[in-house]
Design a protein around this ligand. Structure first.
Ligand code: Q46
Ligand code: ZN
Ligand code: ZN
Length: 310
């Protein structure tokens, strides 16, 4: 196996691109994929302050590393989810990497700062932990970015994640989600811009990137992910990709180029109908936002009597 660029010994092949790379040119390949994603979707402007949502896993640490090397002013935000040993270790990997990188890391601990952990929220609401987790992340990434003066939140969703989400949305023909599924969600009143600069890299590539760059990351999957629908979608897509390399990318990029626009109106319609949460002021379609409702359900805050009936 020879490097496509320098013909030296390759350390990894990327079947989707029908190419293999040595270490130096693989790192360059990853940089280029991020650069292309950022430019073609106008994710970031020079001089903007970027808040990278870091979990301690390969994707978010690779993203942070690449953005800093590409010259962006990118700081980290780590959310302690309170998922036992898994969260303790994830926090350790994240802090160690922030030190290595020499960039500021903001931390929010759900238990100490919001009054609940993910396992507690799942038990009280009797819903899936990922539901409570997803809504907490969406709320806090946004509110911390606004409070601390960041222009944009970047998350480590990669090609595999986005293709799996797309498959789920298509299987249900969820037109609202299809309208919102894009590597850039522009800023709207009460929301900073959200971007996914890793959409052009698969998870095998982000893992290899970390190993080659000496980035130690949390290899364990979240113990609460078991039974998560996306894992099933990923398996199906991996089977397809195995038979015909490139199908995952064709599925996702074809949608972004030719399908997304047709659903975008749905998402705008939903956004137009948002008011302000009467507890925290965040944009919400109801009177109290989902985050504050969750906090009241777990007993972390008391809602005013007139709001409880809803
Ligand atoms: S961290 Fe949270 Fe994931 Fe764990 S509880 Fe589910 S959503 S699986 S990315
Ligand atoms: Zn090379
Ligand atoms: Zn609220």
């Amino acid at each position: 196996m020879k490097c496509r660029v320098c013909k030296g010994a390759a350390v990894i092949d990327v079947r989707r691109h029908n190419a293999a790379f040595c270490k130096e040119h693989f790192v360059h390949h990853c940089d280029e994929q991020v650069r292309r994603a950022v430019h073609s979707h106008r994710m970031l402007e020079p001089g903007e302050r970027v808040l990278v949502a870091v979990s301690g896993g390969k994707d978010s640490l690779a993203l942070w590393d690449i953005l800093v090397r590409l010259g962006y002013e990118a700081d980290g935000l780590y959310l302690g989810l309170g998922i036992g040993e898994y969260s303790d270790e994830s926090g350790d990997y994240t802090r160690a990497f922030a030190q290595q990188l020499g960039r500021p890391l903001h931390e929010v601990d759900l238990g100490a700062d919001a009054g609940y952990t993910i396992p507690e929220a799942a038990a009280v609401t009797r819903r899936s932990p990922c539901g409570a987790c997803g809504l907490s992340k969406r709320h806090l990434f946004n509110s911390v970015a606004i409070e601390r003066g960041y222009d944009v939140v970047a998350t480590g969703h990669n090609l595999d994640d986005e293709a799996a989400v797309l498959l789920g949305n298509v299987l249900r023909w969820d037109t609202g989600y299809l309208g919102r599924q894009h590597p850039v969600l522009p800023a709207t009143p009460g929301f900073v811009r959200k971007v996914k600069p890793l959409v052009r890299l698969g998870e095998r590539e982000t893992a290899a990137y970390c190993v080659l760059q000496g980035i130690d990351y949390q290899v364990e999957e979240c113990p609460m992910a078991a039974g998560n629908r996306h894992l099933g979608y990923k398996e199906v897509l991996n089977a397809l990709e195995d038979r015909s390399p490139g199908s995952k990318a064709a599925f996702l990029f074809g949608f972004l180029e030719r399908g997304h626009e047709r659903f975008a109106g749905e998402a705008e319609h939903e956004r137009d109908e948002l008011g302000e949460c009467s507890v925290c002021g965040a944009p919400t379609p109801g009177t109290v936002c989902a985050f504050c409702r969750l906090r009241s359900q777990v007993g972390a805050i008391e809602l005013p009597v007139e709001l409880k009936v809803r």
